[in-house]
Design a protein around this ligand. Structure first.
Ligand code: ADP
Length: 515
């Protein structure tokens, strides 16, 4: 190669070649530096001048390691000595990445290859230096975005994969996919469906297989939730979305998919459902006062009927003019009505069974949060948004959480009902807690609905007062008695700017230790 000829003895030829060589060097994109066996620079090409900020004449005769920062600078001398003493084939090596140093002291990533100019004795060396800052930066950016993606997947508990059907390209599994499937990163790869197959819960297998069949039969996408059993035996819920890219003739080329572990969300939903069931159950039994009113009414009817039939019998017997059949019919009515009354009482019993009221210190803001979660679906369904203004003092109240949630939920439901006629953009419920002038915790549920007329506001709290076709008219009266039983009060006022505001207070208690 060209460098070899540089050392050729013939004077003229050598000079011509030297010029040509110089021209080639100056045209080179990489920096080229020639140096002797002591590491003294003999030549630096144009690219090298630009890259390092030196003029060639400034560096000729200086040690080549001025182009390197520490620790490479010191190592360079050792490498050179080793090479010359032991005849090692390389000094720095080929394509090694290290840092280089400009005249102004700044450093940059460089790929360096150094070789001996053959046929020279004492040996001379040529170094080729490529600035790889741009490549390095791109690699770094890629590495960073991959790291961010991995973190995002970890946070979301989501993994993704790419399967190639039509090329030799390797399938891809994101590191977090192994976790989602309960495997160790780097385990032998056997294809995502082969992995999944034995893990799918028996009860979901038919649906899962159907998804696979549909994808195989030409469907472009699938979206399915199912359960899998991890190798450690734990049960997880996953949301699997797959998208298949096909060629124009319908051949599957590639499938991209995500598997999202939604176990926690599912559990939270289950808990919310259970909580709602409890509250619904409680809603029926919450205050015995109101219940008693309803029950009394229901029991009264059969009792009145019994009395009426009994009196009729007495009159018939007293008159002496009766058919036995008539007496028998009346007695049958009496026993039927008695059974009906018994049934009412039995229902009442099952209503009030198994709930013990437990008052514990609980954070007021938590109660609002819980209700927001419970009512979210209902609210969304009716186009209503929530805004929460939690008291920054995080006050505590001593309360039966379920009962107070029931109260707030009732107010929220009324607000949702009251806003059905206004434009959806304005349907907002403000939930607020704050400490009032007496130091009690004040809860507020405010809406932009139809509002409460001043005349009606006293009546609202009466049992059975309702303006709704399917209303019971018991919500507010039950809520008020619950709040009173907790030592607080419940009232309403107009919301400045439209709608109603319902307030209730509960005495504040100190936060329990360790909360
Ligand atoms: P129900 O909701 O079954 O009617 P409630 O006792 O909860 O029973 O409410 C009684 C009545 O009070 C409602 O029918 C309604 O007329 C009125 N009301 C309650 N909350 C609101 C509110 N946020 N805005 C306007 N009116 C309300």
């Amino acid at each position: 190669m060209t460098l070899l000829r540089v050392a050729e003895p013939q004077e003229e030829r050598a000079q011509r070649l030297e010029r040509e060589f110089q021209a080639v060097l100056d045209a080179a994109v990489d920096a080229v530096v020639l140096f002797d066996h002591e590491g003294r620079i003999e030549l630096l090409n144009h690219a090298g001048e630009r890259m390092f900020g030196y003029k060639e004449e400034d560096v000729v005769g200086l040690k080549v390691n001025i182009l390197l920062p520490e620790p490479y600078r010191s190592q360079q001398d050792d490498y050179l000595r080793q090479y010359i003493e032991a005849g090692e084939p390389r000094i720095v090596g080929i394509g090694r990445e290290l840092l280089a140093k400009r005249r102004d002291g700044s450093e940059f990533s460089a790929e360096i290859a150094i070789g001996r100019v053959q046929g020279t004795d004492p040996p001379r060396f040529a170094g080729f230096i490529r600035d790889i800052t741009v490549r390095r930066n791109a690699e770094e950016a890629l590495r960073r975005s991959e790291a961010q993606l991995t973190i995002a997947q970890e946070i979301a508990n989501l993994g993704n994969y790419v399967v190639h059907f039509d090329s030799n390209l390797e399938d891809y599994w994101s590191p977090h996919l192994y976790r989602v499937l309960g495997r160790r990163y780097g385990e032998r790869y056997i294809g995502v469906y082969e992995y999944l197959e034995p893990m799918v819960h028996a009860a979901d297998r038919a649906r899962w297989q159907q998804m696979r069949d549909e994808l195989a039969a030409g469907a472009r996408s699938a979206d399915i939730e199912y359960r899998i059993i991890h190798p450690d035996g734990s049960l997880r819920y996953v949301h699997h979305i797959a998208q298949t890219t096909r060629s124009t003739d319908g051949r599957a080329l590639r499938q991209v998919g995500t598997l999202h572990d939604i176990t926690d969300r599912r559990r939270a939903e289950d808990e919310a459902r259970q909580m709602q069931d409890r509250i619904a159950h409680f809603g029926r039994i919450s205050t015995m006062g109101e219940m008693a009113a309803g029950i009394a009414h229901e029991v009264n009817q059969p009792l009145t009927a019994i009395a009426t039939f009994a009196q009729a019998c007495q009159r018939l017997i007293a008159s002496g003019d009766f058919e036995l059949q008539e007496i028998n019919d009346a007695l049958e009515q009496i026993s039927g009505q008695a059974l009906r009354a018994g049934e009412v009482i039995r229902r009442l019993r099952s209503f009030v069974k198994n709930r013990e009221v437990r008052r514990e210190p609980i954070e007021a803001n938590r109660l609002l949060e819980d209700v927001r979660m419970l009512a979210q679906t209902d609210a969304r369904h009716h186009g209503v948004r929530f805004r929460l203004e939690s008291s920054p003092d995080s006050p505590h109240v001593k309360a039966d959480a379920v009962q107070i949630q029931q109260v707030i939920l009732n107010l929220v439901r009324n607000s949702i009902d009251a806003m059905q006629e206004i434009p959806e953009a304005q349907r907002e419920i403000l939930l607020r807690t704050q400490i009032d002038a007496e130091g009690d915790v004040e809860f507020m549920v405010a809406d932009r609905g139809v509002g409460v007329a001043a005349v009606a506001s006293a009546e609202l709290f009466n049992p059975f007062f309702t303006t709704k076709p399917g209303g019971t008219g018991l919500g507010l009266s039950i809520s008020r008695s619950i709040v009173r039983a907790h030592g607080g009060k419940l009232w309403c006022s107009a919301n400045p700017g439209g709608g109603a505001r319902f307030f209730f207070t509960l005495p504040a208690v100190p936060a329990p230790a360790g909360s």
